[in-house]
Write a protein that binds this ligand. Structure first.
Ligand code: FMN
Length: 227
């Protein structure tokens, strides 16, 4: 590969990133609680019928400071924080077990909006994971058993064979939740709402807790940040 391979991308990339509309976001528009503000923006993204409005980048980090990030789906939001489901033995699961500090980023590009969250992650109760697992379609329940997420596999065919085998095993039995699969909740300690504006003069508001346990009902300090 040489520089020539990218030559068509240079001009295309440098012309991108202009925001088509100027939609202001002022102090007066902000809810005093970030959970209500987040719910408002998420509802608006759902109403716009965006593809995966609940997708978020989850960044985790090893104890020696090596980050990794991937998309997961937000499956709940409540007084504890942001809930997602995954394999506890995956790369992210291992990183979270060793270092519970994590970050989330939502991008609603069509709305020129970003939300950034940092906080601490803990597993949800096994009863809660069981209930969510039960609500999943049969295919995805079998898939959760078949996948040793993040491990190297020699062939796709092995994965498919394992699903077929599990399909036979659970033919007329309820599929239990794998012990290595379940939910996490991220308890936010900082949350930032970003609205794209013209000429890079974007609106940014950061919420930080003014009291303990602020996410559900506490007081937050709101600051406007330079774009
Ligand atoms: C739109 C989208 C949604 C995804 N949702 C999830 C999810 O909810 N849970 C999950 O474990 N992986 C999800 N993934 C796959 C992850 O991005 C990732 O490949 C996987 O979790 C393994 O990550 P890890 O090896 O860093 O642990 C999703 C991927 C995409 C593109």
């Amino acid at each position: 590969m040489n520089d020539q391979d990218f030559s068509d991308l240079g001009p295309a990339l440098s012309g991108m990133g202009r925001f088509p509309e100027d939609s202001s976001f002022a102090e007066a528009d902000l809810d005093s609680n970030p959970s209500s503000q987040f719910a408002k923006w998420l509802r608006e993204a759902i109403e716009r019928e965006l593809l995966f409005p609940n997708s978020m980048t989850l960044a985790t980090c090893t104890p020696d400071g090596r980050p990794s990030a991937r998309i997961v789906l937000l499956k709940g939001i409540d007084r504890r924080g942001f809930i997602f489901y995954t394999n506890y033995e995956s790369r992210k699961g291992g990183e979270l077990a060793a270092n519970p500090h994590a970050a989330l980023v939502f991008l609603w590009a069509e709305m020129q909006r970003q939300v950034r969250v940092t906080g601490t992650v803990s597993p949800v109760s096994s009863g809660e994971s069981d209930a969510y697992f039960k609500s999943r379609p049969r295919g995805s329940r079998l898939g959760a058993w078949a996948s040793r997420q993040s491990e190297v596999i020699p062939r796709r065919a092995d994965l498919e064979a394992s699903v077929e085998e599990l399909d036979r095993v659970y033919e007329d039995r309820d599929i239990p939740r794998p012990p290595f699969w379940g939910g996490y909740v991220l308890d936010p300690v900082e949350i930032e709402f970003w609205q794209g504006r013209a000429d890079r003069l974007h609106d940014r508001f950061r919420y930080r807790p003014a009291t303990q346990g602020a996410w559900a009902h506490g007081a937050w300090t709101i600051e406007r940040l330079s774009p």
